[in-house]
Design a protein around this ligand. Structure first.
Ligand code: FAD
Length: 344
């Protein structure tokens, strides 16, 4: 039976392991740090990703673990008057990352061999196929494709609060101004409805404590919901990420190596698409291999190379607009227009 080694057990690696038919492949999943994460920050899951999850029978569980979002408000410029209100959204769901990982993990067949270790040299791995699901700093991408992601110079600080945000529980609000962005919305935590928040700016702070004290100062002139959220934030429930973006790969497949998820197209988080694209990659690849064997690789590359790279470019544009010093009516309108042209 053909053997497949998956490097990385995040969203992409688990979705692929859950999709591959155990009657057709011997699968090994290598993850250096199994578990579902310390802070249950939320992902936005778009309809096109739910449609892919439906193909492996997991859309219902994802919906049950999440919250439907029906509207979004962006307030921009020095006055912070709301300038864009998206009308009733067609089915965006907010889901804590650990809940999504758990749903995918529980769908992995028992026959998949799990190894807990860090891969240093992908060329030493067994496997007729080696799938790089090892994220933005992919060791497979670096070694086989020979490139590194680009540092955008932007950080994202995000966290959760145990209490629900004020206002409707199906709405997310973003505040843009002076080269910084703050978002706040609901989150379905194990203890009940809480708050998910995120902040982004051209600023480098490594630790949650330092990031929080920077954010409280940087957002001191922002409206009350921003200040109240940051006032209640706890460093133990805060995470900080440097935002990196992949370079454009000409191919997703090289010899026996295949890129999926962030290893293929790590993107800025401004459109909330990275995990969705990662799941669609993984499910598309798994179904193509199940149906066509090795020929499925060509089908996968044909259907996923361009969409992933288009979304990476669109997300970079959205980041530059949202963090421009002149984020106001015109630029918010531009992002609204961009959003209307994205596949849902
Ligand atoms: C601030 C922020 C907000 C976001 N919001 C959203 C959102 O709302 N919606 C959305 O769709 N996406 C969002 N994303 C993007 C999303 O987090 C990523 O696109 C997604 O996690 C990519 O999944 P992946 O499986 O490709 O990589 P990862 O989730 O990074 O998983 C890679 C896995 O590989 C393992 N690994 C890495 N290297 C090795 C190695 N050498 N050996 C063994 N194991 C290894 C890691 O431990 C990890 O578990 C956001 C990202 C950020 C930073």
């Amino acid at each position: 039976m053909p053997t497949i080694t998956i490097v990385g057990g995040g969203v992409a690696g688990l979705a692929l392991a859950a999709t591959l038919d155990p009657a057709d492949f011997d699968v090994t999943l290598i993850e250096r740090n199994p578990g579902f994460g310390r802070v249950p920050t939320a992902f936005g899951i778009w309809p096109f990703a739910l449609a892919a999850l439906e193909r492996i029978g997991l859309d219902g569980e994802v919906r049950r673990a999440g919250l439907p979002l029906t509207s979004g408000v962006i307030s921009a410029g020095s006055t912070h008057r709301p300038v864009t209100m998206t009308s009733r959204s067609p089915g965006l769901w907010l889901l804590p990352r650990p809940s999504l990982l758990r749903v995918l993990d529980e769908a992995v067949p028992v026959g998949v061999v799990r190894e807990r270790r860090e891969v240093d040299d992908p060329t030493a791995l067994d496997g007729d196929l080696v799938v790089a699901a090892d994220g933005v700093r992919s060791v497979v991408r670096r070694r086989i494709w020979g490139d590194e992601p680009r540092d955008t110079g932007v950080v994202a600080v995000r966290g959760v609060l145990p209490t629900a945000p004020d206002g409707p529980q199906d709405r997310i609000c973003e505040f843009w101004g002076d080269g910084a962005l703050f978002g706040v919305g609901p989150n379905r935590l194990p203890e009940g409805i809480g708050t998910n928040w995120y902040a982004s700016a051209r600023r480098r702070e490594e630790s949650p404590e330092a990031s929080l004290s920077w954010a409280r100062e940087a957002f001191a002139d922002f409206p009350e919901p921003v200040r109240a959220t940051l006032g209640g934030a706890d460093p133990m429930r805060t995470v900080v990420n440097t935002i990196l973006e992949s370079r454009h790969p000409r191919r997703l497949v090289r010899d026996r190596y295949v890129l999926v998820g962030d290893a293929a197209h790590a993107m800025s988080p401004n459109l909330g698409r990275g995990a969705c694209e990662a799941m669609v990659d993984a499910i598309t690849l798994g179904l193509a291999l199940n149906e066509h064997g090795r020929d499925g690789l060509r089908r996968y590359e044909r259907s996923r190379l361009r969409p992933g790279q288009r979304m990476r470019a669109a997300s970079a544009l959205a980041r530059r607009i949202a963090l421009s010093d002149r984020a106001g009516r015109v630029v918010v309108g531009a992002v609204g227009a961009l959003g209307r042209h994205l596949p849902r």
